[in-house]
Design a protein around this ligand. Structure first.
Ligand code: DC
Length: 266
């Protein structure tokens, strides 16, 4: 498709291609992902390391939906800014940089989740590095960055059948989502989860480093001017401090069943 399409169209086509590759409805069967059921949008928000992505991935697999990790998009943009020494205080520099960024997702069979591609490079191996984690909340607070990311996220939800997690999914990206969840967990539980995740690739990391990074990001994410992290009025609060993944999934699948039934009645 080369450069002959305007940017947005090209992006949309790439996205459709990803969806086709991912193969809707192919990973499970049964009532919830039957071809005859209406497809819904599931929006999952919450602080860092509340288990949003684990739940989102499981739901998508059960339902045959697409899972999109919106945080990965902000991380990939941050990676680009870092690599190209973009001055985030300079609006023109930010706008120029964004114009040169192309994000797409490709389903990774091994991870059973999509990898984010930054200008055709798989950015997944780099976007969870501490250097990116330390900068991403600042980058995600920039208006132009959000406008760019949200527009793409909304295009991905055009055909529904999507689970997306982030900070503003139920409030700004999909305010009409059929099911909105706001996830939370005790701070110690969250720090430990993130530590274990990061330790796997960075054994030099300390608990304190992880804790201060989480606290700082939570603070910036919930106090910024642009779409701060908020629980939408109609979001269901899920506290998973004392739930294992199976219990949590079971609980939420019941909610999904109800919302699909409600969508059927419309
Ligand atoms: O979910 P995560 O920790 O990978 O997200 C990385 C950062 O991106 C996080 O600090 C907040 C920001 N983010 C956001 O502002 N809006 C989203 N929808 C998703 C993430």
């Amino acid at each position: 498709m080369g450069n002959t399409y305007p940017y947005n169209t090209r992006l949309l086509l790439r996205q459709e291609l990803f969806f086709v590759r991912q193969g809707s409805y192919s990973r499970n069967s049964g009532y919830l992902c039957s071809m005859t059921q209406p497809r819904i949008i599931i929006a999952i928000d919450g602080y860092s390391s509340c288990g949003k992505s684990t739940l989102a991935r499981q739901l998508a697999a059960q339902l045959g939906y697409h899972y999109i990790d919106s945080g990965a998009m902000y991380r990939a943009i941050t990676l680009y800014f870092l690599r190209n020494a973009v001055d985030i205080g300079n609006r023109d520099a930010v706008a120029n940089a964004i114009a040169n960024i192309n994000l797409s997702f490709v389903f990774n069979e091994v991870r059973q989740a999509s990898d984010v591609y930054l200008n055709d490079e798989n950015a997944e191996p780099f976007i969870r590095d501490m250097i990116v984690s330390e900068k991403v909340s600042e980058v995600a607070a920039i208006r132009e960055v959000r406008v760019f990311a949200v527009a793409q996220q909304q295009r991905m939800g055009l055909h529904k059948g999507i689970v997306m997690d982030g900070r503003d999914i139920g409030t700004a990206v999909f305010p009409d989502a059929e099911l909105k969840l706001f996830m939370t967990a005790d701070p110690e539980v969250r720090v430990m989860r993130r530590f274990k995740e990061m330790y796997a690739t960075n054994p030099g990391i300390t608990l304190d480093e992880v804790k201060s990074n989480l606290e700082l990001r939570d603070y910036i994410d919930s106090t910024r001017d642009e779409s701060p992290l908020r629980r939408a009025a109609d979001a269901v609060l899920v506290d998973n401090s004392n739930l294992n993944c199976d219990e949590q999934l079971k609980l939420v699948l019941e909610m999904v069943k109800d919302r699909i039934k409600a969508a059927l009645r419309k």
